[in-house]
Design a protein around this ligand. Structure first.
Ligand code: NAP
Length: 218
């Protein structure tokens, strides 16, 4: 995030404004998880594979874990392009949580390369998704890598335990570039209270970790 709270530009371009250290930090956090979660727009815009560097995969194998966390994509509409890079990387299984709004053609194409969980409802129930991840895939720790729309939905439902935030030495300004909780003009249903648990300065960046204080029932 920039100093003025922006996580990308107004064009949602795949901006690269953090250091190599921050990228390593992201990989290390990813390596701790059983599953890594991403919203459809971030996947599309950044065209990420969500895999891990070889040394982090080796370290996981030594700890008797799968080489990389499961990769989980969330989309209500389900119009996901099967040519995205994530589907060309076999680093770990891919799960897609979407709805039966996903076009039949897409269901057929993605069904070959990922496991589809399609709800009959219009929207994905995120709490139910986490229950499925736990009961069917033995997932205990999920690392959500955004974007802000998905993060905000999880936050609103009280499904976030921890926030890892890197402040990079930039300011973008403007109102059309999303903040950490997106572009919505609406307030959160209740203000979220966090507890700072770690703070590290490396170079010109500040690496923060917060626990989210529970206020509402899940
Ligand atoms: N600086 C950073 O650290 C960082 C991190 C991540 C992303 N980003 C940036 O964030 C931008 C994208 O922001 P965004 O808010 O549009 O991204 P997003 O949260 O990744 O994607 C939004 C889309 O994800 C799906 N989605 C989100 N919440 C959902 C829910 N509760 N249930 C079901 N589906 C859900 C929907 O897909 P459908 O439309 O398919 O239904 C929704 O339109 C990109 O430019 C990316 O580069 C920055």
């Amino acid at each position: 995030m920039t100093v003025d709270g922006k996580i990308t530009t107004r064009n949602f371009s795949p901006v690269d404004f953090t250091s190599r250290e921050d990228k390593l930090h992201l990989f290390r956090q990813r390596a701790l998880a059983d599953a890594v979660l991403i919203g459809h727009t971030s996947l599309k815009r950044d065209n990420v594979r969500l895999s891990l560097p070889a040394e982090l995969q080796q370290a996981r194998i030594k700890r008797k874990r799968a080489p990389a966390p499961l990769r989980v994509i969330v989309s209500n509409k389900g119009r996901i392009d099967s040519r995205l890079k994530i589907f060309q990387s076999a680093s770990s299984p891919i799960l897609v949580f979407s709805t039966t709004r996903m076009p039949r053609k897409t269901q057929a194409a993605l069904g070959e390369i990922a496991t589809l969980h399609l709800a009959e409802s219009d929207d994905v129930d995120l709490a139910e998704m986490l229950r499925i991840l736990r009961s069917q895939y033995d997932v205990r720790a999920v690392a959500c890598e955004g974007g802000p729309t998905l993060f905000r939905s999880l936050l609103e439902r009280g499904l976030v335990d921890q926030l890892n935030l890197t402040i990079a030495p930039y300011m973008f300004g403007g109102t059309r570039a999303p903040t950490l909780t997106g572009l919505s003009k609406q307030f959160l249903p209740a203000s979220v209270h966090l507890r700072l648990i770690d703070m590290r300065v490396v170079g010109e960046e500040c690496f923060l970790s917060y626990r989210i204080k529970r206020q509402r029932r899940r």
